[in-house]
Ligand binder design. Structure first.
Ligand code: ATP
Ligand code: MG
Length: 191
């Protein structure tokens, strides 16, 4: 243990922070890897002592997937607020209300500007289904500190979000073990 106050960045980080150009990064498309790629960036950013916060939409509040377990050990806050929505969801009003509430928290964090990197996982659906106005998101992103990176993941990224982003990647499915072989999600690979 270094004994360093976790909120006081070392000199090296303070220097890079001055040079930093905060990016809006969107991982979209129908292929696997959108959330994984965001977690990969978090891993890298953690190695740079960045202040990190990840908000998850849709995923069950209190989910304990591999990433949540790792994040606990690395002291990275992952805040999930959702009911595990699928197209079979019975209570869409609740799914929507949770997404709207979660966006409120994200907006607050973005505008407070304390973090170096904020991830909004599976957030595109809230915009796609019209629960959260894209204008509000674009406007909020425009008000964030210039050094803050924001990563948004999920399918069906709306065009207005793509237009305002700096880095957009579309994951394309070529093969998926479930589709080809009926192999279900694997621990450590998908959750
Ligand atoms: P990951 O979290 O593994 O990076 P992702 O964020 O790109 O995946 P999501 O759209 O969030 O993908 O999908 C969640 C899960 O659905 C993933 O575990 C993924 O493997 C699975 N999935 C994606 N495409 C298919 C498919 N065609 N058939 C079955 N499952 C799929
Ligand atoms: Mg995902």
């Amino acid at each position: 243990m270094s004994g360093r106050d976790p909120h006081t960045p070392p000199a090296e980080v303070a220097t890079t922070r001055r040079k930093r150009h905060g990016l809006v990064i969107v991982n979209t498309g129908e292929g696997k890897g959108k959330t994984t790629a965001a977690l990969g960036v978090i891993f890298r950013a953690w190695g740079r002592d960045f202040r990190i916060r990840m908000f998850q939409f849709i995923k069950h509040t209190g989910a304990t997937f591999g990433e949540h377990r790792a994040a606990m050990r690395l002291d990275i806050p992952i805040e999930a607020l959702g009911d595990g929505f699928t197209w079979l969801s019975k209570d869409m009003d609740r799914t929507q209300a949770l997404a709207v509430e979660q966006w409120g928290r994200c907006k607050e964090a973005i505008l407070e500007g304390e973090e170096d990197i904020i991830v909004l996982d599976e957030f595109t659906y809230a915009m796609h289904y019209g629960w959260v106005p894209v204008d509000d998101v674009v406007d909020t992103l425009g008000q964030r500190p210039a050094r803050m990176h924001v990563i948004i993941t999920g399918r069906y990224a709306p065009q207005e979000l793509i237009d305002c982003a700096d880095l957009v990647t579309e994951m394309r499915m070529i093969k998926h073990p479930y589709r080809e072989q009926g192999i279900r999600a694997q621990q450590g690979i998908e959750f």
